[in-house]
Every structure is written in structure tokens, then in C-alpha cells.
Design a protein around this ligand. Sequence first.
Ligand code: FAD
Length: 517
Amino acid sequence: QTNILFIKGLIILFLSLLAIKLNLCFFSFPLSSKTICLDGHLSFANNEFAASDFGNRYHYLPLAVLHPQSVSDISKIIKHVWKMGPESGLKVAARGHGHSLQGQSQADRGIVINMESLRTPEMQVHTGEFPYVDVSAGELWINILHKTLKYGLAPKSWTDYLHLTVGGTLSNAGISGQAFRHGPQICNVQQLQVITGKGEVLTCSEKQNSELFHGVLGGLGQFGIITRARISLQPAPELVKWIRVLYSDFATFSRDQEYLISAGETFDYIEGFVIKNRPNLINSWKASFDPQDPAGASNFKSDGKLLFCLELAKNFNPDKTDIIYQEIKSLLSQLSYTPSTLFMSEVSYVQFLDRVHTSELKLRPQGLWDIPHPWLNLLVPQSKIKTFAQEAFGNILTDTSNGPVIIYPVNKSKWNNRTSLVLPEEEIIYLVAFLSHAVPSATGTDAVEQILDRNQRILDFCKAAHLSVKQYLPHYHKQEQWRGHFGRHWDTFIKRKSTYDPLAILAPGHRIFPTKI
Ligand code: FAD
């Protein structure tokens, strides 16, 4: 019975959508008597792009892709699906830049909304005492950077990679080396326009429809499709001093990181990464960074070692070059890194923020960008980070040749605790990201399986040692596991779902709500 209804639903949807594609304003028979016309269009063929993502491990082909030209296009399609009722089983996924890792922006035999084709409203920068920019949620952060810089302004909080959409990062959090000071991107948004799972178009903020506003931020696309966002700005610098120093002892490294994120006078960006067994590390850095002690640096050996790199940046304008150098010297003098391993570089603000794209441009021609990425991102409470590091970096991780392992602390007091993002219950938490890529092996061994196996060992250890770790960019297969992830926030999550998307139409790729609430 359910299957027949489902197939009937699909046929009706197919015919209805075909009519829309042909730009016929039509009676969406026999579901309602409403006429639907679109400013954009639907495509039923060549939709393979919507069945792939950066993770490159999950591939679900949708029935149709909507390329919206207006907010009302999205609203009309969702209302249409809503009116078909739960029997149709149809789902709708917003796709930003498709840089998810496990099919989160895909919809198996459903409808994918290609958010990048929504170009309205045009980006508008508002200057003044509290500047902000209004953007379409399908906008890439790199475009926002270029636009706002024309006004001498820029957003406050970033991700390490800027070729991601506003809707995509706000559905997660958007965390990078500025988050210790400004909080993640979800804490730097003043207002959103959202289309709920019933097709209603609502404006929300801290004061207006605040439950929806907080729900959508970090809400994994579960409560609505973000169509517009108002993002806070600040004056932008022109230049950046970009610094790397090395430690061989984790306790000293993390102590310095924690000192820097809490200090009054500090850097503008604070991250770090783990290096294990990387021969010729210093040589590979020399192309972009100047060693401050060239002789000492050339004697430094990274082979076979477990090292920790503190990565820092200080923003400045050209008229402040001398002052900034003194400030950096004074800050560095308070740290306990290995003295011969101080490396510095001076780059433009855009070069610094867009640094991962520079790597992308090198990796693409070698076929090393579009390969599987079995990533694991964790949020580890401060009190457990040493235990975690000892086992994960000391024992489980064998080397860091197949992708960076990033680690840095953030101060939770800067984060809004009403959003849907779940965090460990401590004031300081560490983001630990195992950003592995699976290069096909000449020996035929399955690189993906090996990395997944390593990730699972790390997760198993966290569970067995009761480290109270949370996944960031979480991925689970069963609702029971999601319930565990949200913990005491699960009831709020369910309540928001039943208010804004009771038929569970939206964002099926997370597999949180396979059926209606
Ligand atoms: P998609 O993959 O297209 O979508 C992601 C999820 O959001 C899906 O569930 C989708 O349905 C939903 N969604 C998309 N658009 C909307 C919308 N408008 N409204 C509602 N829901 C929507 N994250 C960090 O926090 N910090 C980093 O430094 C960082 N670096 C990264 C570097 C790289 C190279 C990559 C590939 C990812 C990185 N990420 C980082 C993760 C990234 O923020 C997320 O994967 C993000 O979701 C990708 O954005 P996207 O536009 O590609 O979204």
C-alpha cells in the first residue's frame, strides 16, 4: 500500500514538475487547484553533480534539481511537496557548494535545490557604526570577502576554506582561527530569511521568530532553507603576518594555545596542527615562510617525530609595520616553542584567508582534490585533551602524510548557547580535525577503508575513555545515535522539527528524521 502511494506520488510529482520545467503555469492536479509558475527552472537530466560532494563516498541521484531565480520558487516547490503529504515520501535538500562529506546535501529520488543559482538579493554592504552585509544564502564566502573589501570591511569570523556557501556553513557552525575572539560564523549573523518545511517565508533574528533563528543556526538544514543572511562586518586589514612555530611536547603546545586565546593582547587568528613522521618538513615550508634562524632551522629534523605546530596570524595595515613587529616579538617572547623553528611570512589579507584554495589549485591538476575524503571532526573538552592527544596522536595516528590534523582551542563564552549546535559542556573546547584524503593505492589496498578504520578506533577510544567528545559536522546512520549526539538538547531539536518541518521534508541526507514527526 505504502509503495503504491509512493509510486503514485512520484508520477504525480514528475508530471507536475515537468509542467513547471516547460514553464507552464499549471494546475498541480489532483493535489490542489493552485497554479505554479517558476522564475527559475527544474532539470530532470544531467543531475549527477547533485549526487556528489567533497567527501566523494555517498552518491544519491535526485529526481529533479531546482535552479531557483527567486525566493518564491523555493517556497512554491516546498509548498507543493507539503501538500502532497507524507505518503509521497518526497524529500527536499538545499545544496550549497556541495562540500559536505557524507551526502548531507543530497536527496535520494527527491528534489535538490541548487542554492547557488539564487542570486537575489544582490549583495548589499551597509557601512556605519555597526556595518553588515545582506547576502543570498547561496553566496560563496570568497565573493563576500571581495565585495566587502571594496568598502574596507570584512566579516569577522571565517572557515579555513572560503569556497563554501553562507547557507552551508551556517547550517553547521563555521569555525576557524578567529572563533576564540568572535565565536563561529553562526554567532555573527544578525538576521535570516528562512523558508520552513511548510513553505512559509519568515524573517527571523534574536528578537523576531527567535526560536526559528536559533534553530536554523547549526541546525543541519532541518528546520528551513536559509535564503538570505545579514552578516556583521568590521574594518578589514590589508596585510597579515603569518607565523608558524614548532613544539615537541603536547602539554607545552596546548598550554601556549590556551594562554593565547585568553590573553587580552593577542593574535587575530590562532590554530595549530599535528605533524607525525614528515621528513623534510622544514624544506617544504621554506617556499612560503622565512625561517628566523636559518642555520638552526636547517639543522632541525622532523623525520620520525611527533610535532605540534602553532599557527598564528596578526592583521595590520602598511603604516603600522614597525609597531606590529614589536607586538609580535613581545607576544612570541611569552611562548615556549623550539627556538630554531620560528617561521614568518607576510601576505595580503585575501591571500591569507583564501590559503586553502591555493592548495586546491595545486592538487586539482594532480587529481588529488576530487578523491574520497573520509574526514573526522571532533570537539574535545579541555579537561580531556591530554588523554585524547596521548592515544589519538601518540598511538592511533601513524603519520600525517594523507592530510592535515588540525587542533586548536576555542573559548565557549563567545558562543550563543541557544543555537542548534551541540558542544561539550566545558568553557574551553578543542576542535580536532582529521582531514584525510584517500589516494588510490598502487598496491590495491583500500585507502578509504584504512582511514575509516582509524577514525573508528579514535571514536571507540573516546567512548571507552568517557571523553564526552562531540562530533562536529556530525554523521550518524540511526536516529538513536542522533539522540545520543544531541543529549539533553534532543527534546528541543524534536520540538523545533515538529514546529517547522513536521513532515520531515527537509535535509534528508543527515538521516535524522526518516519519517514525519
Ligand atoms: P553543502 O555541502 O551544500 O550543504 C551542507 C548542509 O547544509 C546540507 O545539509 C545542506 O542541505 C544544508 N544547506 C546548504 N545550504 C543551505 C541553506 N541555504 N539553508 C539550509 N540548509 C542548507 N567547516 C568549518 O566550520 N570550518 C572550516 O574551516 C572548514 N573548512 C573546510 C574546508 C574544506 C576544504 C571543506 C570541503 C569543508 C570545510 N568545512 C569547514 C566544512 C563546511 O563548512 C561544511 O561542509 C559546509 O556545509 C559546506 O558548505 P556547502 O556550501 O558546500 O554546503
